[in-house]
Design a protein around this ligand. Structure first.
Ligand SMILES: Nc1ncnc2c1ncn2[C@@H]1O[C@H](COP(=O)(O)OP(=O)(O)O)[C@@H](O)[C@H]1O
Ligand SMILES: [Mg+2]
Length: 366
């Protein structure tokens, strides 16, 4: 992941993944894209959820004029020709429309072609909105990015999915790194299996076994784990104590994968979000003053700063626990303000004395 260092003419590439479907990857990626564009960056967001492409609808396009399906179907295509304007200055979209079966299993070469084209795009930042699950498509794209944002809901199932997703990403990086060494590739394959005969349960165990064969490979795995740059966003949270699951996920990632997460922030469940989906407009544009939009703005700034500093090899960021502790106060305030908004919306719905237009004014569909 961080093996590609930034050069002055390459955009920063950030993947948004997380394992489970419906947790809010597209909501987070579309709104971060809007926030970065509003902050003055030239941004391109690419819909890589080939099974359930929906970014174009989030940005108000019922039928996009062109899509990634056409790009992959024409051998000489250039990604730059598949950009579609959005209604935000500085933000363009590469849509994927409908379900295109041949996209579900792209060949490695096709993925490499796309990533090579992404690197030549004329912009500052490229966001990849990835599909659910840990298919090779999803994991490969994520592991080719400079940095990754993991979106999860604070529920045990989603957190387990996020962990499995990260494990697949980390192993994908190791497999690519050691692909020329048959023996170590075999060792990696064995080590993935639960209860493997080598007794490998953690990355520390793996490094110990790899070191018996190659000092270089063991050191490289250690370096990769230290350099990996993943940022956790909790979405659709209901209470502040949901944060504890984040701490748990970080502990498990540290123990079993040898990686440390960054805590980007927590977005609370808000009825305004699905209302904006109906309006076909990201909440950051439709309701910029809402608690949700302000939280997303802060997540955008925090994450970008951390990624940039890490890629420039600046001092290591605070630990996950320190980051959570620092964010605690604003999360409590967000929670209280969000609760008031939800109660207000609920009341308005119960007492049906507001017209549809009036409801729209406060962000809720009739
Ligand atoms: N913070 C939130 N509060 C309420 N609903 C949300 C929130 N985030 C996402 N949603 C809703 O959850 C659904 C799934 O979100 P989406 O971004 O499409 O998930 P994914 O891309 O992970 O499959 C959408 O209907 C969206 O409106
Ligand atoms: Mg999605």
């Amino acid at each position: 992941m961080t093996q590609h260092k930034l050069t002055s003419c390459q955009p920063l590439i950030v993947g948004i993944g997380g394992g489970k479907g419906g947790v809010g990857k597209s909501m987070v990626s579309s709104n971060l894209a809007v926030q970065y564009a509003l902050a003055g960056l030239k941004v391109i967001i690419i819909d890589l959820d080939f099974g359930a492409a929906n970014l174009h609808t989030i940005f108000g396009l019922r039928q996009p004029p062109k899509s990634l399906g056409d790009y992959f179907n024409s051998p000489r295509s250039q990604l730059a020709n598949y950009l579609v304007k959005t209604n935000v200055d500085g933000l363009q979209l590469v849509p994927s429309s409908g379900f295109v079966p041949e996209l579900a299993n792209l060949r490695h070469q096709q993925r490499v072609k796309l990533v090579n084209h992404i690197k030549t795009l004329d912009c500052d930042l490229v966001l990849l909105d990835l599909g659910a699950g840990s298919s090779l498509n999803v994991v490969d794209f994520f592991s080719m990015c400079h940095a990754g944002i993991v979106v999860a809901t604070p529920e045990p199932t989603a957190v387990v999915n996020a962990y499995e997703f990260l494990k697949n990403v980390v192993y994908r990086i190791f497999f690519r790194m050691l692909k020329n060494n048959k023996h170590l590739t075999l060792l990696l394959k064995q080590s993935i299996k639960p209860n493997n005969a080598l007794g490998i349960r953690t990355i520390a165990d793996l490094i110990r076994e790899v070191r018996k064969h190659s000092e270089w490979a063991a050191d490289t795995i250690e370096d990769v784990c230290n350099d990996l740059c993943f940022h956790l966003v909790f979405n659709q949270a209901r209470k502040t104590s949901d944060l504890q699951l984040g701490t748990k996920l970080n502990e498990i990632c540290r123990k079993y994968l040898g990686i440390q997460l960054n805590f980007s922030g927590m977005v609370f469940f808000s009825e305004e979000v699905p209302a904006c989906v109906y309006k076909m407009c990201p909440i950051s544009l439709a309701a910029p003053d809402s608690v949700t939009s302000k939280t997303l703005k802060s997540i955008a700034a925090t994450t970008f700063n951390r990624i940039a500093r890490q890629l420039m090899d600046e001092n290591a960021p605070d630990s996950f626990d320190q980051q959570i502790a620092r964010a605690g106060h604003s999360i409590q305030t967000d929670f209280e303000r969000n609760l008031l908004t939800q109660k207000r919306l609920q009341k308005m719905r119960e007492r049906q004395y507001l017209t549809p237009a009036a409801l729209e004014m406060v962000g809720l569909e009739s």
